[in-house]
Design a protein. Structure first.
Length: 458
């Protein structure tokens, strides 16, 4: 008999979480203006809002915290992080930042100017926000299969090369500062990009003299999917695959709160020393001196260790199989999802879940609220509210995909928790026709509104 799958870790410490009653949740979500970001953590039973900074660090990472060097300049922790980035990712220059959006802010302050165009594969919210804040435009060149959740494609995160070349051919190249490759492609459902696509995009970029930037928050998960799905990589280690992936990038940004499994931290990796020097000026202004950049020494140590652990097969295998387990349980209830399942989250297709709700009533946010009311589970909307308004017309943008994302923190929940989530969402699906109306916006910020938006139920 074949042995069943078992996690590659054991539990050393636990944190108590408490259930609540439906009347309590109804009151709490009302007080939160129907924005799940506004809920207090103790009002949530299972928190799938994000996998960013919410994972469980290992014993070795906790040990590294105690060895942190908190010197303002030239700390040994900086060099530990520098060595890990160069050895694992291949970037000789780097700037630490306190998280991924800070890395984008520093880098884009150098590269992105008003009127520029930034093509890529489904830029995530902070990326698009930083681009549009600078009065530039993000252009999505993701393959069309990514927008049909019923279609199976091994690498739905891929860039459509014809779309991309059309952007490069039909615009002045000085208006295109970079091509952004998001690995894995979060907005499309945590979908991976193939090595062949990374190679082809880089070749196209070199043809037109455009730099390639990887948004690398979940690069290790992307490498795992390449190993499992792409011919020729099945016998390569994750670290070998990662080395090749980043050979097709000139610059990288990273929120280390994902695949480096830390609570806070990020960085920019450079291959060009001159660009590193230019960005260093903004790094000092926005983040701190170049050898700490908004990070404590102890967090640098934990990040360096996490980069090593996060690129080990067993760590990734446990993590991604738990995501697939939740997806398979939800399929038993008929819940429509983006398939194949992504690495870090399950993305529910709300257009198929609540087809009777008009897009103007924000059905994805409505479903996220219903899931919380059902069982105290916090997910996040990846739909029209997150898509924001068009910066010129100020009209709501309604994306092709209207999703809720249930992001699973690393090494944090058991499969019993996943069963709880599956049954809860299955219950909502069973009563989906009873959900007659959605929500409306009462108050919103001019950019990245989903974090602070205030809503009312219709």
């Amino acid at each position: 008999m074949q042995l069943p799958f078992a996690e590659s870790f054991k539990i050393k410490m636990v944190e108590t979480i408490q259930k609540s009653t439906r009347p309590e949740r109804e009151q709490w979500i009302k007080e939160a203006k129907y924005n799940l970001f506004n809920l207090k953590s103790n009002q949530v039973f299972i928190d799938l809002l994000t996998d960013s900074g919410t994972g469980a660090m290992s014993d070795k990472q906790w040990s590294e915290l105690m060895l942190g060097d908190e010197s303002y300049a030239g700390a040994s922790s900086y060099y530990k992080m520098k060595n890990a980035i160069q050895a694992i990712l291949g970037f000789p220059y780097f700037l630490p930042t306190h998280q991924g959006r800070a890395a984008e802010n520093v880098l884009f302050s150098v590269l992105v100017k008003e009127g520029m165009l930034v093509p890529g594969n489904s830029h995530f919210d902070t990326t698009k926000g930083h681009i549009e804040f600078r009065k530039a435009t993000a252009i999505d060149c993701t393959i069309h299969e990514a927008f049909d959740t019923t279609v199976y494609h091994d690498f739905k995160g891929n860039v459509d090369l014809e779309k991309l070349e059309m952007v490069l051919k039909s615009n002045p190249l000085e208006k295109i500062p970079m091509i952004i490759m998001t690995i894995t492609n979060n907005s499309a459902g945590g979908q991976p990009v193939s090595m062949q696509n990374l190679r082809d995009v880089y070749a196209l970029a070199q043809k037109y003299g455009i730099r390639v930037v990887f948004d690398s928050a979940r690069f290790a998960e992307n490498a795992y999917f390449i190993k499992m799905r792409e011919k020729g990589y099945e016998n390569k280690s994750i670290k070998e695959i990662v080395q090749e992936m980043f050979s097709y990038a000139d610059v990288m940004t990273m929120s280390a709160k994902k695949d480096a499994i830390v609570n806070m931290g990020g960085f920019i990796g450079f291959k060009d020393e001159e660009l590193f020097k230019q960005a260093s000026v903004f790094g000092i202004v926005f983040e701190g001196f170049i050898t700490y950049g908004g990070m404590s020494g102890r967090d640098m140590n934990a990040l360096a260790q996490g980069l090593d652990e996060g690129t080990e097969f067993d760590t990734l295998d446990s993590r991604i199989k738990q995501t697939a387990y939740l997806g398979s349980r939800l399929k038993e209830f008929g819940v429509p999802m983006q398939e194949p399942f992504g690495g870090h989250a399950i993305f529910v297709d709300v257009k198929r879940f609540l087809p009777h709700l008009p897009k103007e009533e924000f059905p994805a946010q409505t479903l996220a609220i219903e899931l919380y009311l059902e069982a105290g589970i916090r997910a996040v909307e990846i739909g029209a509210i997150m898509a924001d308004r068009d910066p010129i017309t100020r009209e709501n943008r309604f994306p092709d995909l209207e999703l809720i994302r249930m992001a699973i923190p690393r090494r944090t929940y058991t499969n019993n928790h996943m069963d709880y989530v599956a049954v809860a969402l299955g219950n909502v699906f069973a009563r989906r026709n009873e959900i007659k109306r959605g929500v409306k916006i009462v108050k919103e910020a001019p950019i990245m509104r989903h974090f602070t938006v205030e809503l009312e139920r219709l």
